[in-house]
Design a protein around this ligand. Sequence first.
Ligand SMILES: CC(C)(COP(=O)(O)OP(=O)(O)OC[C@H]1O[C@@H](n2cnc3c(N)ncnc32)[C@H](O)[C@@H]1OP(=O)(O)O)[C@@H](O)C(=O)NCCC(=O)NCCS
Length: 151
Amino acid sequence: MDVIIRNMRISDVPKITKYDLIMLGETLGDDLIKKHIENSDLMKYFVMETKEEKHFIGQVSLWIDEDKAQINNLYIVKDFQGKKFGHKFMDFIIGYFESIKIKEVTLEVRKLNQIAINLYQSYGFKAIVNRNNYYPDGENALLMYLRIGSD
Ligand SMILES: CC(C)(COP(=O)(O)OP(=O)(O)OC[C@H]1O[C@@H](n2cnc3c(N)ncnc32)[C@H](O)[C@@H]1OP(=O)(O)O)[C@@H](O)C(=O)NCCC(=O)NCCS
């Protein structure tokens, strides 16, 4: 199946906040995401969709600060999971980071989210900090870290 990854548009936002709630149980909300898309140099939002029919597959938001970045809210919607789209999104994200000379990347993941941890580990991310009772339901978070490049 051919897919594309593109910048998020303002017209995507209602769909994004709906899926944020389904996939993550929380959302930054329409107003803040729109503000980030319109104004923020720090936040980049990307959407994956099927090339022909434009079915929404997933999204990610990236926080960028000079040569450091954080991956936030990556998800692939249920019907498309387990089909390597997570890998495809991560390939894109790492390629994007390399293109803008990012050197250090962090992300937070639920400690019991083994699928996501496996995905991130396959790109070289290492768990560096365990944050106890981090989420509202009491689950721990792992802070994961990746260094890109050698210097
Ligand atoms: C985590 C997520 C993005 C992975 O996307 P995906 O498209 O389903 O994953 P892929 O098919 O590309 O598989 C990527 C890797 O995830 C892991 N994985 C996928 N399905 C798995 C399963 N059922 N069991 C264990 N590991 C699994 C594997 O490491 C796999 O790599 P491999 O196929 O080379 O072994 C997706 O499952 C998701 O959106 N989950 C809900 C939201 C979420 O947890 N987001 C992460 C927040 S930090």
